[in-house]
Design a protein around this ligand. Sequence first.
Ligand code: FES
Length: 119
Amino acid sequence: MATPALPAIPQLSTSSGVRLSKEHFLVAVPVAVVAAAGGFLVSRYLSGRSCKKGPVNTCINKDSPKVVHSFDMEDIGTKAVYCRCWKSKKFPYCDGAHSKHNEETGDNVGPLIIKKRDV
Ligand code: FES
């Protein structure tokens, strides 16, 4: 008695000559999509964690080897707000330029505020 022939499985050919059955193709496509999405998400996660290297000071006293400011506590008064984003036109004091910088870059920098404790 002859064995009945198996039903023909439709096959798809790629441009490189690889022949895939429809079942293989239906498994391969979702696996490829999940792998690509996973790779994309991992690369986004890793790039977000790394700090970009480069100067933070782009324009203040660039001819000086180091920008340093010193204040006596007695001269500060009751409150002083110092820039930490290096974008202030009144550097070393904060002029609010960090808000625009944060909006443009997605950064989260803000000033250093020193004030006398309320008595
Ligand atoms: S302007 Fe730089 S911290 Fe405010």
